[in-house]
Design a protein around this ligand. Sequence first.
Ligand SMILES: [Fe+2]
Length: 386
Amino acid sequence: MSYKDAYITGIKKAFEETPYAKWLRQEGVAIHEGFTVEDVRELELAPWLRIGGSAVFITLYAQMESGAGLSIVEIPPGRSLEPERWCCQKILIVEQGVGSTEIWQEGDARKHVFEWGRGSVFAIPTNAWHRMHNLGREPAKFMAMTNAPQVMRGFDSSDFIFNCPHAFRDLYSSDDDRFFIETNDKHSTKGRPGRTTNRWETNFIRDAWGADLQDYQKAYGGRGEGFIMSGNTGGVHEWPVGRYHQAHYHHPGALLHPLHSEGFVMLWPYQLGMRPFESGHGDEVVIEPWKAGGLYSPPGNWFHAHFNTGPVPARHLAFYGGTGFGDVIPQRADDFSAIHESVREGGRQIDYSEEDPVVRRLYKTMLDQKGIPVDMPDFLFERQRP
Ligand SMILES: [Fe+2]
């Protein structure tokens, strides 16, 4: 059995016994299970009685491992969903349409209202009541990501998520009119030259598809912004035509949602080392295509690298998981920056100069088929002399 098949078989068996899996069966909702989603906007929906709209729940295998819940929800034109509250993290990504959200805490007389459109990303503060309205003439569709599977497992209860009366006023007050306004002034950079990461402090991104980004070096010539929303770290990353990311590994369940372009992701388990083709394990390397609107998620401690094979810069919206299962996997205390350090120096990234030569050749073959030149100079791949 291949590493991939063994991973899927093992994680499915463990997932089926979790409170979240049992809750999904009780809810009677539509479910899409898999390693990837080709296009979240094309998934078939079914009525979800709890909120009065249509939905499909997505259970990617790496999400089963990490404990993230994922759904696509549709609101018919001019209609509203039922009020809801979730005693867990919840982040929404608007895929299509325009609308508004009313939000308030238990016991509040005042409701805060903000508007959103395609590309908006925002977090619902833990356990805050909220109601989603479609203000347009086409169906509004959004993706919701939660850590409900972790919370249900922690309390061994799905009921707790929906019926906890506590108002977390230390996290959010409906008097705070600036909570859901995009803050364009709060950008910072950390890390040493060549290994920097950017951070954007905001609870609301107006349009992740079009947001301005700063230089960021995981891909040669890449740009990106990391952010923290409702305790969940994420980011928007973009890299040029004819280029790819350096492979790296980390905790399970980082969620990648391509926004622009197309390409593929290459993945292999950490146990196969930095050069899986060279060591005779090329048949264990998994290659999955992606395109705008898709979704994929690397398993925990699998190397993965993202390749752009499209004619425009590739942009991904990413969520890395917050305070979930990922934290129980031993990592260095400075693990955020260690991801961007070379494996040779104790980090978790394979620099271009250290990677398996087959990776670059395979990428060139794929780009040749499309008539797109590789735009990565030879010096990137030259070994540094000690
Ligand atoms: Fe990653």
